[in-house]
Design a protein around this ligand. Structure first.
Ligand SMILES: *Cc1c(COP(=O)(O)O)cnc(C)c1O
Length: 377
């Protein structure tokens, strides 16, 4: 428990991390490695606690987006391999080597800078070649991949530990997208063969994000890289949800702190956009868009109180919003309010995302740092 006593809090249900990892293992089978994406503070869940739990369960690698995110894990005493998904600045290479990070590499200049720094610090650094097979973000072009692999294997103090790629539409059920992903898998295999043709061992092959873990078994190779399904969500709400029973890990909740009965015609909150259609009870909840409860949820979302859903009434303010409890209510001041989470009948982060026009990833990432996280074993 944090010493922060605020009503508005996040509970992280760590046992659902285990549950979701078990679901992933059922999908990929034994003998495959798992690299969990804990970038962006584990999608808002808390990178240190999530990483420790996942490592206890038995995952092999952690992955982050930035060098400071990786250093944060190292300083918390985590010694497991940490993959760096994005490209670092030259000024950060010294830290990559110092903290034993495992960067994705996609061009020879970057590889040489890392090699020189590794020699400088007298250390050995593992690298993973990222091939761009269709994501269009970072990655070496397939026809230049073998040469890059050759440069790495011929260099001192750096080692080719793996080869990977990434999918932009692996979670899509549209035929054209399924074919696009299948073609990426084919191109990936062909490109890996050009490395092997040089007599080079490409190491760990890995391509699958959550979408491909669920929908493209051919993409599982030696290791998978789950993110959103670790946190309990399908990457796309249109996917076949019978494949696995992922459970949300994050619960966002607060309390009713003020109750009043208003008469028909009373307006509620900024802009006076909501007007009571009858005499009704209004509850005030100390959560706002500064906490990550999006302003687009104004008069559109529902919250769960004592197992019942109630609609948001009027605009979400920076730090508070109101709900309509109806003409008669048994809701009391200080009753718990669930904004989203795993509880039956509660909205989940994908429902919240549908309302605000985004994905569950952004919903959990956006819960602000002023909201304390409690970790439930
Ligand atoms: C974020 C990320 C993942 C995980 O993606 P999900 O859709 O959350 O499973 C995997 N690989 C790379 C390179 C990523 O950036």
């Amino acid at each position: 428990m944090s010493t922060n006593r605020r009503a508005t809090r996040v509970t992280i249900h760590l046992k659902n991390i285990n549950h979701n990892l078990n679901c992933i293992k059922t999908l990929i089978g034994d003998n495959k490695k798992i690299c969990v994406a804990v970038k962006a503070d584990a999608y808002g869940h808390g990178a240190v606690n999530v990483s420790k739990r996942a490592l206890e369960w038995g995952v092999d690698f952690l992955a982050v987006a930035t060098v400071p995110e990786a250093i944060f894990l190292r300083e918390a005493g985590i010694s497991a391999p940490i993959i760096l998904f994005s490209i670092a600045l030259n000024a950060e290479i010294q830290q990559i080597v110092k903290y034993d990070l495992t960067p994705f590499v996609a061009d020879s200049d970057y590889v040489k800078i890392i090699r020189n720094e590794a020699i400088n610090q007298n250390k050995n650094i593992n690298l993973h070649i990222k091939i761009d097979t269709g994501m269009g973000r970072i990655g070496v072009e397939p026809h230049k991949t073998a040469a890059l692999a050759k440069l790495i294997t011929e260099s001192e103090n750096i080692k080719l530990e793996g080869v990977c790629t990434h999918f932009p539409v692996s979670d899509s059920s549209v035929q054209e997208d399924i074919r696009f992903t299948e073609n990426q898998i084919k191109l990936f295999k062909e490109t890996v063969n050009t490395i092997k043709a040089e007599g080079i061992d490409p190491g760990i092959l890995h391509t699958a994000n959550s979408g491909a873990i669920i929908a493209h078994p051919d993409a599982h190779f030696d290791m998978v890289r789950p993110g959103i399904c670790l946190y309990g969500y399908y990457p796309d709400q249109k996917m076949d949800k019978t494949t696995a029973d992922f459970k949300p890990v994050m619960e966002f909740k607060s309390k009713i702190v003020f109750l009043k009965k208003v008469t028909k015609g009373t307006s509620i909150s900024y802009g006076r956009t909501w007007v009571a259609p009858e005499d009704t009870w209004i509850g005030t909840i100390p959560v706002g868009y500064a906490d990550g409860y999006n302003r687009l949820l104004s008069s559109r979302a529902f919250v769960l109180i004592q197992g019942k859903r109630y609609p948001v009434a009027g605009r979400v303010c920076m730090d508070q919003f109101m709900v309509n409890l109806g003409p008669e209510t048994d809701v009391n001041v200080f009753d718990d309010v669930i904004l989203f989470g795993p509880a039956p009948e509660a909205p989940d982060a994908s429902e919240i995302g549908e309302i605000t026009g985004t994905i569950p990833y952004e919903v959990t990432c956006n819960i602000n740092k002023r909201v304390p996280r409690d970790y439930k074993m």
